[in-house]
Design a protein around this ligand. Sequence first.
Ligand code: NAD
Length: 496
Amino acid sequence: MSHHLSLDPASRPRPRFLDGAPKQLFIGGEWRPAGSGQTLTTIDPMTEQVITSIASADAADVDLAVAAARRAFESDEWSAITPYQRGLYLSQIADVIEANADELATLDSLDMGGPFALTRWMVGNAIETYRHYAGWPTKIYGQTAPSAPGQFNYVVRQPLGVTVAITPWNGPFLQMSWKVAPALATGNTVVAKPAQQTSLSALRFAELLAQTDLPRGVFNIITGEGGVAGEALIQHPDVNKVSFTGSTAVGKHLLAASAVNVKRLTLELGGKSPTIVFADADLPAAAKAAAGDFLNGSGQSCVAGTRIFVEEPVREEFSALLAEEMATYVTGDPFHPDTVIGPLASRAHYDRVVSYFDVARDAGATITTGGVEDPDGGLFVAPTLVENVTNDARIAQEEVFGPVAVLIPFNGVDEVVRMSNDSIYGLASYVWTRDLSQAHTVAARLEAGSVFINSTAQMSSGILPFGGFKQSGIGREHGTDVIDAFTETKTVVVNL
Ligand code: NAD
């Protein structure tokens, strides 16, 4: 008997879009196979069966896509339109996503194993994101600069040109939207390279664009391996910017590779985010949030709060509450309505995550909950809590990207700030206390791109800037920062 919520395999959803393999590249508004004819299969992590196959692009395909994006960038259809018109295109895109939201979420759940409620929420975030950026083109003001007598000097922002969006497999549709929407709002064109494991929602999105008036070539898709298709994009001399979300290891490589033509770069990388629970916190609320902040998405989330620091006097009480919360995280088929966490995204990733059980034990730590491989042989990992561990252990320092957290007690604010900041990462952080003065003081001292006070992670859909300190990245998505990141500043000096 299965240990997970399961469904009849025959009832597995199969959107019509999946008929007709292999899925092709979307270049200049047309579908075409990879020039080499190579394809890759994409796997459903629930069944570990092939869903379909996609084109595996190489440098020659990338040349075509970048050329198409450049032509579109230079065309009057895109560069000589009003800001209002550009905003309308983004509104149309939001409308077609909304009309097809369930299908796009279904494709993401099939591709990466996330519960449908989660992927549908992520598509909702993407809709909000496009609507947010639909309002931007008409609001990107320049400045008039203080000028000497007889001069009139001003500063304007202009698009960069051809931009590339490279995204990971853990939030496929959402992460692509976070890059494509601001890139288009600022007048750039885009070549998107979704993760090879999860390209289906991006490909369906490209089909849906036919229902909008977006000019051909403004948005293109290259699918394929990171080391081949992705590599060709980051090396390409006619690409002006790469916006990348993924691992810190690949991010470091991109930083070096982008030197070829001094590409603009935004990097959203890994994390090992602290959750800090002070003794005066609302402990039931903190425990509920702490569980969600490391378990949602099976822990395959860059902002996962995987280092839980609890103040010594409430350690036992909080541990018991956390264990109760963790027990409610039921694993199962992503399409079962009661599933809270689905399978991990791939067999390779599962093997990596479960290898951390030994990493924890080898450090002398105790796995107090979870820590066992799936008895059914599926890609499920039970919620896992590691205790009796210090912050310098590998299990407390390395990003596992699975439902695994360490629980470490602390004494006093200085110790917890020091431990929280003792990490190569600095993406998110969570602070639980009823003392708001303490909360703000700690927030100021944390080396993290986001601080959530008495709050679970809030994923921005445009308003709040998002990104990391230290090796969690460079630059920010969203907020006003992203408008700067997708434009050049031009100073114009006029002698009257
Ligand atoms: P990854 O770095 O292996 O892959 C990310 C993307 O980069 C994929 O599309 C891949 O094909 C591509 N890629 C790989 N090698 C490349 C190369 N040489 N040149 C160009 N492109 C290349 O990461 P992943 O395993 O898919 O995703 C998990 C990682 O993403 C985790 O570390 C996680 O923390 C991070 N992540 C970060 C954020 C954030 O916003 N900070 C969000 C989600 C995920």
